[in-house]
Design a protein around this ligand. Structure first.
Ligand SMILES: Cc1ncc(COP(=O)(O)O)c(C=O)c1O
Length: 382
């Protein structure tokens, strides 16, 4: 059964962005595609096979459930869980050679226990606390970690040594990030002195990858860039030294489209939709579109959002409802039920980007993308 809207993902744009990332990637460094948050809203089940077709081999997710979804569509890919995995999911991960972060002693103990039970090594990444203060092994616990790893070598493989920076996309955070880098380096030396050498050191997300090439090390965890977005306008300016003089080297993959559900005339002086937030200032023509806040179109876009119809930009009028929004189409001729409505993406010469959209609603790219509901169909286009 058709949904009221669909999301189109451009494979060509993906290839373009990966080429851009590769042009800045140190030789020999692995590119891990971060596909947590349902591949930043692009849809794990559609995005991962498309990325694989174009050479992707390594995927990073937040939790075991996402890892399970990736494993189903990419059984031979490397999968890394950077966050949540419950005790009962540890067995599945070890059995299926899915690697996972260890950021507390208890997880390490449980991983060893499960690995012994299954008779297979747990593939672990030691996440080090360097100043993000979210998760990460604190120095106080290192001695216990050294002992456990050194005595249980038969049941563990330290595939990664890693950390995460606390806001590399903002210049104001850079002193903190630089301090984190120093702590990470020092920690690596301490672990190496204790006989623990990981296969891959990794710390860079998109912003660190671009702003601090020295953070690239053996693997980079790239999320937002591969989808065609800059981590921040600041990062774009600093890296490309331009705001609009030259074309953006990144291309967005995602378009979000629906259709007109109903067209009606509204007399000057009448209110439109719930309440009295919008009064027709002239005789108007309105298109109802079957997308509302339950579909991820934020209620905060009431009376301020935009969409494209017949190649023209139109305004959201009235309050965004649970399933419907209304657009002012007074100035457009012959709009009919069934006509295409673009919520994000291009139509004719115009384009509506997630960033402009998120400016209206105060949502960051990251948030808007990942809130696009799971059940909107994702369609890969050339
Ligand atoms: C641990 C970790 N690594 C990498 C990333 C990817 O970040 P970005 O999308 O900015 O590349 C994230 C995302 O928040 C993360 O939490």
């Amino acid at each position: 059964m058709d949904n009221t809207s669909f999301i189109e993902i451009s494979e060509t744009a993906f290839r373009n962005n990966v080429d851009y990332i590769n042009s800045r990637l140190k030789a020999g460094t692995t590119l891990s595609h971060v596909v947590k948050g349902n591949a930043y809203g692009h849809g794990i089940e559609e995005y991962v096979p498309m990325a694989q077709r174009n050479g992707a081999k390594h995927f990073s997710v937040f939790d075991a459930h996402e890892a399970f979804r990736v494993k189903k569509v990419a059984p031979h890919a490397d999968i890394m869980i950077m966050g949540m995995i419950s005790e009962s999911q540890l067995e599945w991960a070890i059995e299926n050679e899915v690697s996972f972060y260890v950021f507390e002693v208890n997880r390490l103990v449980k991983a060893i226990e499960k690995a012994k039970k299954i008779g297979k090594k747990a593939l672990i990444h030691l996440e080090i606390e360097t100043g993000m203060n979210r998760s990460g092994l604190e120095e106080l616990s290192w001695e216990i970690v050294f002992n456990l790893i050194n005595t249980e070598k038969d049941f563990l493989e330290v595939v990664g040594f890693c950390t995460h920076y606390a806001g590399a996309e903002t210049i104001g955070n850079h002193p903190r990030v630089l301090e984190q880098m120093q702590r990470f380096d020092a920690a690596k030396k301490t672990f190496q002195a204790a006989g623990i050498v990981a296969k891959k050191n990794h710390s860079a997300c998109s912003a660190a990858f671009l702003r601090f090439p020295q953070s690239q090390q053996d693997l980079v965890r790239i999320g937002i860039l591969q989808y065609g977005f800059w981590p921040s306008a600041e990062t774009y300016l600093a890296v490309e030294h331009s705001l609009s003089q030259k074309p953006d080297p990144l291309h967005r993959l995602l378009s979000w489209k629906s259709t007109v559900m109903n067209v009606k005339k509204v007399k000057k002086g009448e209110y439109i939709g719930y309440g009295s937030s919008y009064m027709a200032a002239y005789d108007m023509q309105i298109a109802a579109v079957p997308v509302g806040y339950s579909h991820g179109f934020s209620r905060s876009l009431s009376n301020s959002g935009r969409a494209l119809i017949h190649g023209e930009r139109v305004a959201v009028v009235g309050v965004v409802n649970m399933n419907v929004m209304m657009l002012d189409i007074t100035h457009i001729e012959s709009v009919q039920a069934g006509d295409e409505v673009v919520l994000i993406g291009n139509q004719g010469d115009l384009s509506l980007s997630v960033s402009s959209f998120s400016e209206y609603s105060d949502q960051m790219n990251y948030e808007l993308l990942t809130r696009l509901p799971l059940d909107i169909p994702r369609i890969i286009s050339a």
